[in-house]
Structure formats: structure tokens, C-alpha cells
Design a protein around this ligand. Sequence first.
Ligand code: SR1
Ligand code: MG
Length: 404
Amino acid sequence: MEYRVLTPDTVVDYVRSIDALNDHLGPGELEVAEIGDGNLNYVYIIKSGDKSVILKQAVPYLRCAGEEWPLSRERMNYEIRALETFKEIASDNVPHVYHADEAMSVVVMEYLDDHIIMRKGLIEGETYPNFAEHITDYLAGSLFATSSLNLKSEDKRKLMQRFNTNTELCKITEDFVFTFPYMEHDSNNINPLMQEEHRQLMHDGTFKMGMLKLKYIFMNQSDALLHGDLHTGSIMLNEAETYVIDPEFAFFGPFGFDIGAVVANLIQSYVSHFARSRDPLYQEWILQTVYDVLTKFEAKFLTLWNEAGDNALVIEGFVDEGLLDAYKRDFMRNILRQSIGFAGAKMARRLFGIAGVEDILGIEDPEARMLVEMRSLSIAKAFVKNYETIESVDDVISMIRSGR
Ligand code: SR1
Ligand code: MG
């Protein structure tokens, strides 16, 4: 089928032309609503009685910037591939895909109607007692399975070939996470009360040095297949289940990047609740969740590593157990450090760059918002400047509490 941009009027005909969707939705009348509030794509919910699906279509431009910002719709191909790959690894945490159409840049998947976008839940002050367990199943599972600690060297390189031409979306991250927010740039969106902080940050050499190091790691360290944009808007959940959606930024990158994204978004919620709920107990739950995510990730990743046999990195007879254990400790500490560096970059970009987060942007009183932004900035700066010396998860929690 030749590509065309779907509209609420033409979506029904498209859906009705697909057997798998007719089988799922049945013959009844279809109700359609566009519900996308993301930065890149159009998203429709299609309902027929008690059956429903989500249809997502990439358009050849960046939705949040408008048609004058071209962006190839190839991103949908990577999203489709990533959904397939992650579903095989972490089936409980990835939605079911009913239909994928690369020519139309469309994917149709399960509508998670009992789940909400995590960012919205956190804004409402909801707790999710199983989130840390679920997200670390996903993170440890996906990162380990697609790494050289599990795959044969040739299999990893073949898998990398399927993702590493996702260059446009990697470039978006290079620009909008690691670069533009810390310089003068037209795309920036800065609270007038934070202009002076931004000016100082632009001239903070230690911060810039940290950001350059992190950007270089992002661009060159191909540890594993990443989601690539794992903020709390890419997570849908309830108490019992957690789903990771929207992997269009998928590529082979550093282990710490997805972990850092989760941590950054939890901390953004933590700081926002100094103005939102002002509920210290809720904030403690968020900090405990950060702690659990980092510690459970490490434990699960190490278990997978310990249970796996020989891998592309270490073969029987190369090192004794003592040396291997020391190597693993160093390896995991490095993942922790890079995760926190990336968390800092992800937090700082949301304060000054094109795409802020509702947790903070939605605080209406400018003074209250500024105080939250200041807290977020001081944690972000501490992370970016000091990530290379972090020794433990306790260090991370102290840095969040003290903002240093
Ligand atoms: C310029 S696109 C803005 C952001 O939206 C996506 O969710 C990514 O985070 C990207 O950086
Ligand atoms: Mg997205």
C-alpha cells in the first residue's frame, strides 16, 4: 500500500482493509479518536463494542515542531523491529502487536485500557508497588539478552545491523539531550525565572566536560539494544502490570542510557512533588523506587550473567573465578555510574530544551515551578559532574536528597 497520512476519517477504511484487525474487532461500527500527545507521531484509539486497538502512524515530520521540521518516517520500521525483539525477551512488559505495516509506517497494537501512562499516575500521586520489580525484569532482560554477554559475536553484530541505521532519532537525542539545551538555541524553552541559571550553565566548564563525555559514550558505546527514550511517558502500568511502549528510538547504545532515563523521570516526579502534593511520604516512595530500580537491576543482570555459560567476552579457562568476580563488580559499578550520568543529562534537557515534562511544566505558579526546576537542576548538575566517582546506590540517594 502506498504511504498516505491517515486522518480520523480515513483510519476506519484502513483498519477495515486488514483481516487481522477485522478478526479482532469484529463487524460492529468503529469509533475513532486521535489521542496522541507525544512529540513525534499520531495515535488513534479504535473501538468496537468491548474490543479496541491502538493505531500509531509516523508522519514525515516532527509533530511537536511542525511540518517545517522534516523527519523521515523510517522511525516506525525501528519501532516495529524493537517491539518484535523486546516482545521475545520480555513478553510480560511489551504490548501485543496485531498488525505492522512498514509501507504505511503504521503499527496497530493492544490498547492497554486498564493501564495509565506512568507520568500521569505519578502526577496524581499514585504509587506502583510492583513497578521496580517489573521494570528491572524488562531492563535486565532486554539489556543482557542483546549484549555480548549473551549473544555470539556474529549474532550481536547482525542484530546491530537491524537497528544502527536509526540515525535520525539518535541525532535527535544527540542534539536535544546532549547539546542544544546547554547553549543558545532557537529550540530551547526556558522559564524566564531560570534564564540566569541557564546562562551560568552555558559557562560551567565542568558540566560541559561531563556532558561531552556522556554524549561520546552515547554515540559510541554499543552495549545492547536500547529502548532509547524510556521516560515515564513510554511506560503504561497499573498495580499488577507494567508495559514499555514507543521504542522508536531503539538502537545499540550504552547499558546505562535506558536505566538513566527511568531514574531521571522518577526524580523529576520527586522534585515536582515539592510543589504538587508536598507529601513527604509520597516522595519517600519515589526515592525508595529509585533505590529499588538500581539495586534490583544490578542483582537481576548479575544473575543472568552468572547463569549464562560462556559468552562472546569470557570463555572457559581465560580467567579464574576471583578475577571474573572482580571484573563483574567493576562492570556493574560502571553501569551504575553511566546510568547516573545519563540521568543527569536527561533531567537537565527537560529544564531548558524543546521537550519539557508535564510533571514540572504543569506547575502553574511560576515561583513554585522555578523552585522545583532549581532542585532538579542542582541534582542534574551533581550527576553530570560527579557520575564517574559514584560508588554505590546509597551515594545516588544522598545526592538526590542533598542536591549535591
Ligand atoms: C525533538 S523531539 C523531543 C523528544 O521527544 C521524544 O520523546 C524524545 O525524548 C525527544 O528528545
Ligand atoms: Mg515516544
